[in-house]
Design a protein around this ligand. Structure first.
Ligand SMILES: Cc1ncc(COP(=O)(O)O)c(C=O)c1O
Length: 411
């Protein structure tokens, strides 16, 4: 018993020391496509709903009704960010659930149609669900992409079949930042009478989203990519589109998604949506310039480094670079020791030894794909942080190349 208490005390001291070290160690965060820092304004907005305002929005008394009103306001704010009617916005638990729900609904509401058309470069939230469907007898076409990551819309049009239930194409790629022509694809789908879903998880705060203009039937978002907490997303469903819920239970979300509302996170998402609209300009001017300076610096200072993906039709914050003759995992390890966070592939596949399916689909050799790193910036990045990265990265690559068996030896 005494030992137990001493152990506990020792554990507490150890945790305090770790916290102290972590506090003092500055993090240079270049992984904003994986997740983002929760904005202080967002924390402030959600805090009351994690403490004294714990009412259930479905309760009939005032204490619950107040929570319900906050959910309604939050829905209006998220809807405003994508120019949607708030009634067409369903809160979900994440982007993955939103993607799964859209495809699931299209198949269940059109039982005669058993084909899904998507691309080979979607997030695993889409690819893995489609692979699951294939195992259950549905047919899926994973469209290829060009070497710059772009999609051939004519091929997409030709790939739509009479039994296609839904076309699902992401708005912007999370690994390369390459942006797809969503308006054009939506128009093709409309002319063919096929439902269209877009995974727009990487888009808010970086590109303007207008569901009315674009004419998409379904659109997925995830709050943790725009400075709100993890575990909350939305699925936009266009008015009069048939919808079959994926999570079935209580009558929440007008019967379209069961489960007691995550009030604090919904409020957070609403506040983050307001901030994302306000930071759209900053992201497209200051953050873009920062990204461009970082990329130019990397490509200029490090020989045998190559940018992956179309440099123009791209998110303003993302840069994916291959450093030939090194393994990205080793680079990331040394960057981590310098306090720098970046990634190879998507965060959901980190640790996998397979090369990125996105880069392989673009025709990169497995070796070059394994040598590629994604740097994704955000509104909190500064010039000084980019300077630090440009100072740290070249010697790390040089050090690894010096001992790399992959580097050709001079003749
Ligand atoms: C393009 C894209 N889609 C979907 C997801 C999954 O979102 P969530 O983490 O909210 O499930 C991500 C997350 O990385 C993403 O980048």
């Amino acid at each position: 018993m005494l030992f137990g208490l001493l152990d506990l005390e020792w554990f507490r001291i150890k945790s305090d020391v770790i916290d102290l070290i972590m506090d003092q160690r500055k993090i240079y965060y270049f992984d904003n496509n994986a997740t983002t820092k929760v904005a202080p304004e967002v924390v402030e907005a959600m805090l009351p709903f994690l403490s004294e305002q714990y009412g259930n929005p479905s309760s009939a008394y005032q204490f619950g009704k107040f929570a319900g009103e906050q959910v309604r306001t939050a829905r209006e704010k998220v809807a405003a960010m994508i120019n949607a009617d708030p009634r067409d916005v369903i809160f979900t638990s994440c982007g993955t659930e939103s993607n799964n729900s859209a495809i699931h609904s299209a198949l269940v509401t059109q039982p005669g149609k058993r084909h899904v058309l998507t691309t080979a470069v979607e997030h695993s939230a889409n690819i893995k669900f489609c692979e699951f469907l294939e195992k259950r007898g549905f047919e899926v076409t994973f469209m290829p992409v060009e070497s710059d990551g772009a999609i051939d819309v004519h091929l997409l049009e030709k790939s739509i079949r009479p039994d296609t239930a839904i076309v699902s194409v992401m708005w912007a790629n999370n690994e390369t930042g390459v942006v797809f022509p969503i308006e054009e694809i939506a128009a093709i789908c409309r002319s063919k009478g096929v439902l269209f879903h877009t995974d727009a998880v990487q888009t808010p705060g970086k590109l303007k989203i207008d569901v009315a203009d674009t004419g998409v039937d379904f659109l997925s978002l995830s709050a943790h990519k725009l400075h709100a907490p993890k575990g909350i997303g939305i699925l936009y469903v266009k008015r009069r589109t048939k919808y079959q819920p994926y999570v079935i239970g209580g009558g929440q979300e007008q019967g379209r998604r069961g489960g007691t509302e995550n009030v604090a996170s919904m409020v957070a998402f609403g506040r983050a949506a307001e901030l994302a609209m306000a930071s759209l300009d900053d992201e497209n001017t200051r953050v873009r310039a920062l990204r461009d300076r970082m990329e130019k610096g990397i490509l200029g200072k490090i020989p045998d480094s190559v940018r992956n993906g179309d440099p123009t039709s791209r998110l303003p914050n993302t840069s994916n670079v291959a450093f030939d003759f090194v393994e990205a995992e080793s680079v990331l390890l040394l960057l981590d020791q310098a306090g720098i966070c970046a990634s190879s592939g998507s965060a959901c596949t980190t640790g996998s030894l397979d090369p990125s399916h996105v880069l392989v689909a673009m025709g990169l050799t497995p070796a070059r794909a394994r040598a590629s790193i994604r740097f994704s910036l955000g509104i909190y990045n500064t010039d000084a942080e980019v300077d630090y990265l440009l100072e740290q990265l070249p010697p790390i690559i040089a050090k690894l190349r010096a001992v790399s068996p992959l580097k050709p030896q001079p003749a």
